[in-house]
Design a protein around this ligand. Structure first.
Ligand SMILES: Nc1nc2c(ncn2[C@@H]2O[C@H](COP(=O)(O)OP(=O)(O)OP(=O)(O)O)[C@@H](O)[C@H]2O)c(=O)[nH]1
Ligand SMILES: [K+]
Ligand SMILES: [Mg+2]
Length: 424
């Protein structure tokens, strides 16, 4: 029999309320022993929790959910108790003494939900992203995935693919019976339309851009004011600023929430012929960071700017150089704050082009790879015979199923072909 698992599901203690969850076949039994009864399914009931000596542990709201309509698909009980450390620790130790109960492993509730078909892999991944979300954009995108937007899209592809596969299999039967080969042009065209849709999804921005943040790099000659601008943008004196050229040596990174857009702002060493070994290494890192930037903020002369497709030219220290600006960059002063809003607006515009649209569930690397496999499977079907086409479609289906974590396609294929089989 499966273990019954329990864990503190709410956040750090102490807190006003703590939620302890129990899931598995013995959840109701444990509830009965601790709360004296199992409340009616989905009805919050205030109970005194007791230990084995009938000593009161806490007054808590108890919620029971009957399987299978629960988040894990198993019988589930929630204790909403007071969030003191001693209360929670007493309740957890009490639970651990109940028959068949043990501590949950990290992510185990979600794993059970996955195994019981309550969500698929893409939703579980979305849930992970939702828990990790720090900015608005991340939250909205993760909510799309967790809510099943991606799995619904994949399910749509899968159904179309299944229909095509069934037609291809039927065409094989015709060949067996030496009747006129069926015209497969239409089928091939539909498969290629699917492949085109997948290609566009694969080429779209990845969800990692959201979880890791857009890399925005400040680069330019020494003393151009990179570190000052870095500090002004993040609103903290994180980087050392001095009048000495070559102050910054290593990369300095800060997570920066730019109006909901998750970014990683990176300050770098000023670019020049390095005077000592430490500075030369720092400059090499600065150059590498500039190359790898999603957006480059260049604080030097136009003609010296590295070739980067998304560069914003910044003319720094605008408070000092009234009207004598030669760089054609956006005039910004870290000292007075002049031009900072405009700079942020320009970064936002570039970021909007780079990031996955928040109303579409972006694919992560793992998902893209499986979708690419599926697209590749359908690559050479244009002049293939029905047997090869059927095989290619089947292989594409397998890739989609690895994408969602669906175990086996065979049963589904069997069921479907049972219905579709023409001529047999
Ligand atoms: N007036 C004025 N001075 C500034 C401004 N920004 C930076 N400075 C000054 O310029 C000097 C260099 O600034 P930093 O921010 O250290 O320049 P940096 O590009 O990081 O320099 P390195 O790290 O050495 O490459 C310091 O003395 C700053 O106070 C500004 O907007 N206005
Ligand atoms: K400096
Ligand atoms: Mg600096």
């Amino acid at each position: 029999m499966t273990d019954t698992i329990f864990a503190l599901s709410s956040g750090a203690l102490p807190a006003a309320i703590a939620v302890v969850r129990v899931s598995g076949p013995n959840a109701f039994l444990a509830c009965e022993r601790i709360a004296g009864m199992v409340p009616k399914s989905r009805q919050a009931t205030l109970r005194t929790l007791h230990d084995e000596e009938e000593q009161a542990v806490d007054r808590a709201l108890v919620l029971a959910f009957a399987a299978p309509a629960t988040v894990t698909g198993e019988p589930l009980v929630e204790f909403h108790c007071h969030g003191g450390r001693a209360v929670v620790s007493r309740l957890l130790s009490l639970l651990s003494q109940q028959p068949g109960l043990r501590d949950a492993e990290p992510g185990e509730f979600t794993r059970r939900a996955l195994l019981n078909g309550k969500l698929d892999l893409t939703q579980a991944e979305g849930l992970g992203e939702l828990l990790a979300a720090e900015t608005e954009w991340q939250r909205r995108a993760a909510l799309e995935s967790a809510g099943g937007a991606l799995s619904r899209e994949i399910e749509g592809w899968r159904e179309r693919l299944l229909l095509l596969a069934a037609q291809a299999e039927a065409a094989i039967d015709y060949v067996d019976e030496e009747e006129t080969a069926l015209d497969l042009t239409d089928l091939v065209q539909q498969a290629e339309e699917l492949r085109g849709e997948w290609r566009r999804r694969i080429d779209a921005p990845r969800s990692e851009l959201l979880s890791e943040g857009l890399r925005i790099v400040l680069a330019g000659p020494p003393n151009s004011g990179k570190s000052s601008l870095f500090n002004a943008l993040i609103g903290a004196e994180k980087a050392i600023v001095t009048a000495i050229p070559g102050t910054t040596r290593d990369l300095i990174e800060a997570r920066w929430d730019l109006s909901g857009i998750p970014t990683l702002l990176i300050d770098t060493a000023g670019l020049r012929e390095g005077t000592d070994e430490v500075e030369r290494i720092g400059i090499a890192r600065a150059e590498a960071a500039s190359m790898g930037a999603d957006i480059l903020l260049w604080l030097g002369a136009v003609q010296d700017a590295p070739a980067h497709p998304r560069t914003i030219l910044v003319s720094s220290k605008s408070d000092l150089r009234e009207g004598t600006d030669l760089s054609n960059g956006l005039r910004v002063s870290a000292k007075t704050g002049d031009g900072l809003d405009e700079l942020k607006a320009q970064i936002c515009t570039l970021a909007n082009e780079l990031l996955p649209p928040p109303n579409q569930a972006a694919l992560n690397r793992r998902q893209s790879e499986h979708l690419l496999d599926a697209a590749c499977a359908l690559e050479d079907i244009r002049n293939a015979d029905s047997i090869l086409i059927a095989e290619a479609l089947r292989s594409a289906l397998h890739s989609l199923d690895r994408l969602t974590g669906r175990q086996s396609v065979e049963d589904v294929l069997d069921a479907l072909f049972g219905r579709f089989c023409l001529g047999k």
